[in-house]
Design a protein around this ligand. Structure first.
Ligand SMILES: Cc1cc2nc3c(=O)[nH]c(=O)nc-3n(C[C@H](O)[C@H](O)[C@H](O)COP(=O)(O)OP(=O)(O)OC[C@H]3O[C@@H](n4cnc5c(N)ncnc54)[C@H](O)[C@@H]3O)c2cc1C
Length: 341
């Protein structure tokens, strides 16, 4: 039986392990921190990812574990005139990260061997195929492709509050201005609706308490929703991440090594698509291997290189726009020049 080692039991690794046919492949999933408790920040899940999840019968459990967001409102300050763009009828779903991981984990067959290990030498791993699902700082990619992601110089500060936001519960809001960004929306937590929030900063990665102190000061002149959310924030319910962007690989395959998810295309979070692309990669790879045997690797590489890299580039453009002084003018243009608040 062909052996496959999957490095990383995050979104991509679990999705792949859930897709691969256990009667054809002997799969080992290597994760350095299985069951790690994480702050339940939210993932936006776009329809294209739900379509892929539908094929492995996981779209419904993901919808059941999350909630629908039907409108998005962006407010950008243009020449001191606030400009608002509102999109109604959007079909994005949102789900807390631990809830998504639980759905994916529950779909992994018992035949998959689970190994707790921090991989430091990818070349020493067993496996006819070795899949790099080890995220933006992928050790496998560094060793097999010989490159590193770029640091954008931006950190994302994210947090969760136990009380619901003072806004409609099917809406998400973003505020752009002065080279900064703040977003907030609902968050379905085990006890009921809470709040999800995020902010960008041109700073280094630091302790949540320091990041919060900075954010309260930096966003002091912003709308009440922003100030109140930060005032209620708890550093114990926060994470601070450096935003990294992968370089464009020539191929997703090198010898027996294969890239999926952030290892292939770590991206800025501004489009909310990294986990979506990671699941689509993993399902495409799993299906290609199930249908074509080991040759399926080529089909996967052909079909997924461009989409992932296009999204990575688009997310970088969205980041630059949201944090640029032109943001207000562009939002005004996208809003048809009429929607002001
Ligand atoms: C602020 C922010 C907001 C985001 N919002 C969204 C959103 O709304 N929607 C969306 O689709 N995406 C979003 N993303 C992107 C999303 O988080 C990632 O794209 C997604 O988690 C990538 O999944 P992955 O499985 O490739 O990597 P990861 O989720 O990083 O998983 C990698 C796994 O590999 C393990 N691992 C790493 N190294 C090793 C090693 N050497 N040995 C063993 N195990 C290892 C890790 O412990 C981890 O479990 C956001 C990201 C950020 C930073």
């Amino acid at each position: 039986m062909l052996t496959i080692t999957v490095v990383g039991g995050g979104v991509a690794g679990l999705t792949l392990a859930a897709t691969l046919d256990p009667t054809t492949y002997d799969v080992t999933l290597v994760e350095r921190q299985p069951g790690r408790r994480t702050v339940p920040t939210v993932f936006g899940i776009w329809p294209f990812a739900l379509d892929a999840l539908e094929r492995i019968k996981l779209a419904e459990p993901v919808r059941d574990g999350g909630y629908a967001l039907t409108s998005a409102v962006i407010t950008a300050d243009s020449a001191r005139r606030p400009v608002t763009m509102s999109r109604q009828g959007a079909t994005m779903w949102a789900i807390a990260r631990p809830a998504l991981l639980a759905v994916l984990d529950g779909a992994v067959p018992d035949t998959v061997a689970r190994v707790q290990s921090h991989v430091t030498d990818a070349t020493a791993l067993d496996g006819d195929l070795v899949v790099a699902a080890d995220g933006a700082r992928s050790v496998v990619r560094r060793q097999a492709w010989g490159d590193e992601p770029r640091d954008t110089g931006i950190v994302a500060i994210r947090g969760v509050a136990l009380t619901p936001p003072s806004m409609p519960l099917d809406q998400m809001r973003e505020f752009w201005g002065d080279g900064m960004l703040f977003g907030t929306g609902p968050n379905r937590l085990p006890h009921g609706m809470g709040t999800n929030w995020y902010a960008s900063a041109r700073r280094g990665e630091e302790a949540p308490a320091d990041a919060l102190a900075w954010a309260r000061e930096a966003y002091a002149g912003w709308p009440a929703l922003v100030r109140e959310t930060l005032a209620a924030a708890d550093p114990e319910q926060m994470v601070v991440n450096t935003i990294l962007e992968s370089r464009r690989p020539r191929s997703l395959v090198r010898g027996r090594f294969i890239l999926v998810g952030d290892a292939a295309h770590a991206m800025s979070p501004n489009l909310g698509r990294g986990a979506c692309e990671a699941m689509v990669d993993a399902i495409a790879l799993g299906e290609a291997l199930n249908e074509d045997g080991p040759d399926g690797v080529r089909r996967y590489a052909r079909s997924r290189l461009r989409p992932g890299q296009r999204t990575r580039a688009a997310a970088a453009a969205a980041r630059r726009l949201a944090l640029s002084p032109r943001a207000g003018r562009v939002v005004l243009r996208l809003a048809g020049g009429s929607s002001r608040a």
